[in-house]
Ligand binder design. Structure first.
Ligand code: BGC
Length: 360
């Protein structure tokens, strides 16, 4: 913990080694520090956000994301902490889909289903990285995802730019192109805990979502195809309420949120999605996105088996994720917003995690 500097600092970017993968590839860490002393640390393994230090009501900087200090843990046991997820985030039922009447099978790595891009998704690739001062200190990650990798069609070139703005927003811009039609759905899988970075549960965080509908899912978390009202369900966050208030009324096992909320904006323009406020520290997070949905996940599968930074034991509900994205299994639901990218068009999405102090 250190005191936020009241004298404006010069924004800076520090690059250093983050070790070597078990396959012998060097990994680097980039720390972006803005003029108020807030900082975001990312690694080129998985284009992963590993730390995010933002002020509380007493101007104390504290980490608000779960993560590890060593590469080995990211390789061996990370449940996507802070990672860039692709080529298709969340589940594809039975790993099967068709594009332009051609059928594809992608690996099943989550029971009988495909999850987060397969066994070696974007979270486990080494991305090329360069840095710049643009909208604050920034790091740009690029990846060539070759045709056929994890079963997906087309050579896809992906760029993800993380910028830490002067007003404490972590802005993530996504771009992609392809040479064959392919589904694509990118997200960031940061696990947030605005109180203490994951040492205690998030049940007392107050959440509000700009979502009047959600996509009900089956016991395997595959959407059943309906777009249902949140009214009268535990998924109603239209008025602020604590994460814990109705959590036990969700389906299970395990109980908790792991559901796609349909955003009122329906995507396209940068719009407010979810606000989270943590009363003890006064930290408030506003998530803004161009995406039509967010997967709200409350760390239901964390069970204390993972030890993170500062010897934290990450237990169930010690974090929440707001994964801005298209709806799960969209490729198999023609009524859901389109996820196929065609040659000659550019995939573009923006998600911002904006930090403030004080309840609005
Ligand atoms: C999924 C969860 C999964 C978690 C970690 C979330 O996006 O919806 O079901 O456990 O990611 O993989």
């Amino acid at each position: 913990m250190f005191q936020a500097n009241l004298v404006p600092m010069i924004p800076r970017i520090e690059k250093k080694s983050f070790g070597t993968t078990q396959a012998g590839e060097p990994v680097h860490q980039f720390t972006l520090t803005n003029a108020t002393g807030a900082s975001a640390t990312l690694i080129d393994y998985g284009a992963t956000l590993t730390r995010l230090l933002v002020p509380d009501k007493n101007k104390q900087m504290g980490d608000v994301v779960l993560g590890f200090d060593d590469l080995r843990s990211y390789e061996d046991q990370s449940p996507y902490f802070g990672a860039t997820v692709g080529r298709v985030a969340n589940r594809i039922a039975h790993g099967l889909f068709a594009v332009d009447e051609r059928r594809y099978a992608v690996p099943v790595n989550n029971g009988p289903h495909h999850l987060h891009g397969g066994f070696k998704g974007y979270d486990k690739r080494i991305w090329a990285a360069d840095t710049a001062m643009a909208e604050g200190p920034s790091v740009r990650f690029t990846l060539l995802d070759p045709d056929g990798t994890e079963g997906y069609p087309g050579n896809v070139r992906v760029t993800v730019i993380f910028s830490l703005t002067h007003d404490n927003a972590l802005k993530i811009q996504y771009f992609a192109t392809t040479d064959k039609p392919t589904p694509i759905n990118l997200t960031n899988h940061a696990y947030f805990n605005l109180k203490d970075g994951g040492q205690s549960d998030v049940l007392g965080h107050i959440l509000q979502a700009h979502a009047d509908f959600y996509t009900p899912a089956d016991a395997d978390l595959i959407p059943i195809g309906k777009i249902a009202t949140v009214s009268g369900t535990p998924f109603d966050f239209t008025q602020p309420k604590s994460i814990g208030k109705d959590l036990q009324a969700t389906d299970g096992p395990p109980k908790g949120y792991d559901h796609n909320l349909v955003l009122r904006s329906h995507g396209g323009s940068l719009s407010p999605a979810v606000t989270a406020y943590e009363p003890a520290t006064g930290r408030r997070l506003e998530v803004w996105t161009t995406e039509p949905g967010v997967q709200l996940y409350t760390g239901n599968f964390l069970n204390g088996s993972i030890k993170g930074r500062n010897n934290s034991v990450y237990q169930q509900y010690h974090a929440f994720c707001v994964e801005a994205q298209h709806y799960p299994d969209s490729i198999n639901h023609p009524k859901f917003p389109e996820t196929v990218l065609h040659p000659g068009t550019v995939y573009r999405q923006i998600t911002e995690y904006r930090f403030f102090v004080g309840e609005k």
